[in-house]
Ligand binder design. Structure first.
Ligand code: HSE
Length: 411
């Protein structure tokens, strides 16, 4: 018998109990043992819910019970989850989590503690909800040097951008609708400012390099400045606007960033819409592989947690190898990152064409400056620059009169 305790009976925690109960037979078969939820920890009461029979309010009941093998930490936030996780691992209990904040802040340390105590700290659900991405990076892709990861890692912002593209609505109106539908939080900052995606790409980058990438070092922009006008241009250009989390190994330079990008329909992430997530991993031997699915939500996220529980059950007394050391990886400034830039400019193209060409080269020559005008916005125009570094872009854009906004382009 594998005894499980669930810390936090919120959306994901209650999903874990539901997945284990609904798929009990298959879970037992795959775990090669009977998996039983012995405790649920929560400060609240759940009168009328069968969980009440196994509900405890004191974490020590769980930590001191030698029969508990695996803990699902679905509380979220750094504390008290960090303290509870450390204590559990130190007593040899494996911990499976959906808590990206805790993994991004203390992942390497908790993995190390787990391995020192012959147990596991697994976190498949912390990135991409139900999408398998941590295990592929840790297991299937081990012969690869991963040279790039590009992901749509936040469902809320992908929903907002997809809706803006589909109906031509403003950011504020779609955000409000997303909040009413329960997709976006009342305080949406973590999602719309790109912080959630930043934590997730920090976790994936750490696994990519085997060293710690701190999310605070990642250049992060959110989607709050994207407007309905940007989508009018995007439609004319046949592009999509997506919040991308990007991590690239350039050999001697490593950069990671989160920002809105315009992408072409040849990019596999072009078709990742609504609340879905997509993650494109580029290996030096394999090339691209893509991981797609429900990046959030009760049962998909809980399913990933239960997948980890089964892995722990199969490895009782043994630790599963995970390459993520505490040694920090110094990211390079994005100043040297090279790409095209989409820029909107106030004024008439006719009058400013020569300045654009003196800054960016001849218009519409192959691989050079592209100019775009749309009838909906006759008082402005847009350009797509040739490939240049962020630094060059900043120097050139400072000389443009009537600059409105910029969106980076990714092939
Ligand atoms: N707020 C997150 C999202 C939840 O929208 O993707 C899943 O981590």
């Amino acid at each position: 018998m594998i005894n499980v305790a669930v810390l936090g009976y919120g959306t994901v925690g209650s999903g874990v109990v539901e997945v284990i109960h609904k798929n009990q037979e298959i879970v037992n078969k795959k775990a090669k043992d009977e998996v039983c939820v012995k405790y649920v920890l929560d400060l609240r009461e759940f009168e009328g819910d069968p969980v009440q029979k196994i509900l405890v309010h004191d974490v020590n009941v769980i930590l001191e019970d030698t029969e508990v093998d695996v803990i699902c930490e679905t509380m979220g936030g750094v504390e008290p989850a960090y303290t509870f996780t450390k204590k559990a691992l130190m007593s040899g209990k494996s911990v499976c989590t959906s808590n990206k904040e805790l993994v991004a802040n203390h992942g390497s340390e908790l993995i190390k503690i787990a391995h020192e105590h012959n147990c596991n700290y697994l976190f498949e659900a912390s990135v991409g909800g139900g999408i398998p991405i941590i295990r592929p990076l840790n297991a299937s892709l081990t012969p690869e040097k991963i040279i790039g990861i590009t992901g749509i890692l936040n469902g809320t912002t992908n929903y907002i951008l997809s809706k803006m593209a589909a109906v031509g609505a403003n950011y504020e109106d779609v955000l409000q609708e997303a909040q009413q539908k329960g997709y976006a939080e009342k305080n949406p900052s973590a999602d719309v400012d790109g912080l959630d995606a930043g934590r997730k790409i920090a976790i994936l980058s750490s696994l990519m390099y085997g060293k710690t990438v701190h999310y605070e070092d990642i250049y992060t922009e959110g989607i709050t400045k994207i407007t309905a006008a940007d989508f009018v241009y995007a439609k004319k250009m046949g592009t999509a606007i997506k919040l991308l989390a990007i991590s690239k190994d350039l050999g001697n330079e490593y950069f990671a960033m989160v920002a809105p990008f315009m992408i072409q329909d040849t990019n596999p992430l072009f078709h990742v819409n609504d609340v879905f997530n997509g993650i494109l991993v580029h290996g030096n031997m394999l090339g691209n592989t893509m991981y797609y699915g429900a990046g959030a939500g009760k049962l998909p996220t809980a399913s990933a947690v239960v997948g980890d529980v089964i892995d722990c059950a199969r490895h009782i007394g043994k630790s599963i190898t995970c390459f993520w050391d505490e040694e920090p990886l110094a990211l390079t400034s994005i100043d040297n990152a090279r790409r095209r830039f989409f820029i909107r400019i106030q004024g008439k193209l006719m009058e400013q064409r020569s300045q654009m060409e003196s800054l960016f080269g001849q218009a519409d020559a192959s691989d050079e400056l592209k100019v775009i005008e749309v009838p909906e916005y006759p008082e402005e125009f847009a350009v797509v620059t040739p490939v240049m570094s962020e630094k060059e872009y900043k120097e050139k854009v400072a000389q443009i009169r009537g600059f409105i906004s910029m969106i980076r382009m990714e092939a």
